[in-house]
Design a protein around this ligand. Structure first.
Ligand SMILES: [Zn+2]
Ligand SMILES: [Zn+2]
Length: 144
């Protein structure tokens, strides 16, 4: 992703273009599912240094504007990605917490039908598939 795209993306979302926002989105575009710590590392590479608070602010603003999605697998730190608003799901490793994207197999929200919706107008099912990644799995001969 090149800088002008990120500038446009920020403006379209109604966000002022700042160096940390630009660097944050650029870096996150190439490193999906990054933790705050990792995003700070990425932004600092571009800007020299950046405070953790600034990175939190960038991610909060971009998440609120729908440009970034925050996922928070239970027991693991929150992670962020630029792939927002498309109802994709995640597989998460129980051991190392690494998430991978999984396209929704149904493509209509919510992609699961509850046995009883209690009259709620349902718009989303939060789906996380838990398992063990190749690095931690015992099946060394499994598919790559
Ligand atoms: Zn793992
Ligand atoms: Zn994802």
């Amino acid at each position: 992703m090149i800088s002008s795209d990120v500038n446009d993306q920020l403006r379209r979302a109604g966000l002022r273009v700042t160096a940390p926002r630009r660097s944050g989105l650029e870096w996150l575009g190439e490193h999906p599912h990054a933790t705050v710590k990792r995003v700070r590392f990425g932004v600092a590479q571009a800007l020299g240094s950046v405070s953790t608070q600034t990175v939190y602010d960038v991610l909060a603003a971009c998440t609120a504007a729908g440009q970034v999605r925050r996922i928070e697998p239970a027991g693991h730190p929150a992670r962020f990605e630029c792939r927002a608003g498309d109802n994709h799901h995640h597989v998460v490793c129980r051991c190392c917490g690494r998430p991978e994207d999984v396209d929704c197999a149904v493509n209509v929200r919510p992609c699961l039908t509850p046995s009883d919706g209690h009259g709620y107008l349902l718009d989303e099912a939060e789906v996380v598939f838990w398992g063990t990644c190749q690095a931690f799995g015992s099946d060394a001969d499994g598919p790559q």
